[in-house]
Design a protein around this ligand. Structure first.
Ligand code: NAD
Length: 494
């Protein structure tokens, strides 16, 4: 029987938060899973002060990198062992299918292992000496870092920040989204257990659920918090960046997207069809990298759209716990209503609704936050429907005439997160990929992720990079050492 955590992790102690109670619901049926009391700004301060002490504790401060790597390996192992539980919790909390949430839990385990490997092989530099001294460039932890995440893929987003931050020698204060605290608390338990096994300070991790306005804001503003790793919406990211700028602390921002997915006339149509479907409708479209704008070469537009719409109608909508489900409910009824309002806006803008466009009807869907996979067309790329992030199972299709027309439309967006290109001509794909303004371009695949490959958003999709070998460095500060090797006093004083 699945246990839903309700206590939160404050400065190494598990206890009920002193803030307001928040019901977390199962979006498949609207039932309350657990009531988690939020943290308060006072508890954020308590966590930050204890975290600062933990970072300075010689047991952590002086732990060699290869020993920190052992801790990360252990967390990876515990995460993998708990993959079924983490997956079930996340499916209950977010509505995603068990297949997806299991993959996310295993990806989190992989992230801890990858960061352990990077940490053990990271090298400082002896720089070319330009005088009677030896110069060494080293990297040190920042201290206490804040990690603020959205609700769509909590366990994977949490690992993406906690793993490099701990690898770098910091303490972490994690704030999950108010709607989905459960899996982050469960991951927190595993990390607490590993810290305990290694006799390391428990306050190296706090997990503080609550609203962004209260708890998130208190984390960002706390004077002891020296770096923010944020994933979420662009307007929130912009306001956090403003506070970080005033504090003169670094912030990495992984933000929204409205990614183009492009089907050239020479594409393998079967591959393109399944790739486009997966790119937008997996996770019910609640993915920053969802391929939500579909550009199809005009000469194949009608036939491709016709076949796509047939297949969209056949997608199986249902609870994430049903192995047959392809499209689960949205994370929350309020979010479903926001997606529905966007489709109403599209209609008002003159869109044709080719399929979907409403919540599914019938008993199994009655109390859930479901919305049918929807395909729209007939709108210019300048419409709000094509420009704004809907973050749901809504695809808008547009034809293009030639590559210049395509590139102009695809890049005409404030976002620059990702892009998909479907073509048999790899040389053309490479050339097109270079013209697209996006941090990630997939060619004949989509939504594939690897801990070893840097991920960053361009334009309003973000600032800074997660994943890859440099992820740990992003949670460190550089220090240069000059070691004098001359036997003589410095000449000026004489
Ligand atoms: P959101 O910006 O509303 O919230 C994200 C997190 O920030 C939550 O934990 C929230 O409580 C917190 N927050 C809100 N206001 C805050 C404030 N003033 N100070 C500090 N913290 C605050 O986003 P959301 O609705 O939870 O998530 C959806 C968004 O996340 C989408 O725009 C999506 O594209 C984006 N996202 C981006 C990526 C990426 O890697 N680029 C990945 C996943 C999701």
């Amino acid at each position: 029987m699945l246990q839903f955590p309700t206590e939160i992790l404050i400065a190494g102690q598990w206890r009920r938060g002193a803030g307001e109670p928040v019901d977390t619901i199962d979006p498949a049926n609207g039932r309350v899973l657990a009531t988690v009391h939020s943290a308060t700004p006072g508890e954020v301060a308590e966590a930050a002060e204890a975290a600062a002490q933990a970072v300075a504790d010689p047991a952590w401060r002086d732990l060699p990198a290869h020993e920190r790597a052992r801790l990360l390996h252990r967390i990876g192992e515990l995460t993998e062992q708990a993959a079924d539980e983490l997956s079930a919790l996340q499916t209950a909390d977010t509505g995603k299918t068990l297949t997806e949430t299991r993959a996310l839990a295993l990806s989190a385990a992989g992230t801890f292992r990858y960061m352990a490997a990077v940490l053990e092989t990271a090298e400082d530099a002896v720089t070319p000496s330009r005088g009677p001294y030896v110069t060494v460039s080293t990297h040190e932890p920042i201290g206490v870092v804040g990690a603020i995440n959205p609700w769509n893929s909590p366990v994977a987003s949490d690992a993406q920040k906690i793993a490099p931050a701990l690898a770098a020698g910091n303490a972490v204060i994690l704030k999950p989204a108010a709607w989905t605290p459960l899996v982050s608390l469960a991951l927190g338990r595993l990390i607490s257990r590993a810290l305990d096994e290694f006799r390391l300070p428990a306050a190296l991790l706090s997990v503080l659920p609550g609203s962004g306005r209260v708890v998130g804001d208190a984390i960002v503003r706390h004077p002891l918090v020296g770096r923010i790793g944020f994933t979420g919406g662009t307007s929130t990211g912009r306001s956090i960046a403003g506070i970080a700028a005033r504090k003169l602390i670094p912030a990495s921002l992984e933000l929204g997207g409205k990614s183009p997915t492009i089907v050239r006339a020479d594409a393998d149509i079967e591959q393109a069809l399944s790739g486009v479907l997966f790119g937008i409708f997996s996770s019910s479209g609640q993915s920053c990298i969802a391929g939500s704008r579909l550009f199809v070469a005009r000469e194949i537009y009608d036939s491709f759209l016709g076949e796509l719409v047939e297949r969209v109608r056949e997608l199986r909508v249902g609870p994430g716990t049903d192995p047959a489900t392809q499209v689960g409910p949205l994370v929350h009824h309020r979010h479903r209503d926001s997606v529905a309002a966007y489709v109403d806006l599209a209609r008002a803008e003159g869109a044709r609704v080719l399929c979907g466009g409403s919540a599914p009807e019938g008993e199994p869907y009655e109390d859930g936050a479901y919305y049918l996979p929807t395909v729209l067309d007939g709108l210019p790329n300048t419409s709000r429907t094509c420009q704004e992030e809907i973050f749901g199972p809504v695809l808008v299709a547009l034809p293009y005439d030639d590559e210049d027309d395509l590139v102009r439309q695809a890049n005409d967006s404030v976002y620059g997160l990702a892009c998909g290109i479907w073509t048999r001509d790899l040389r053309a794909a490479g050339a097109l990929a270079r013209r697209i303004e996006a941090g990630t371009v997939w060619i004949n695949t989509y939504k594939q992720f690897s801990a070893s490959t840097p991920f960053s958003g361009w334009k309003d999709s973000g600032l800074g990079t997660e994943k890859g070998r440099d992820a740990i460095r992003a949670y460190q500060r550089q220090k240069s050492l000059y070691w004098g090797v001359s036997d003589h006093p410095l000449p000026w004083a004489n």
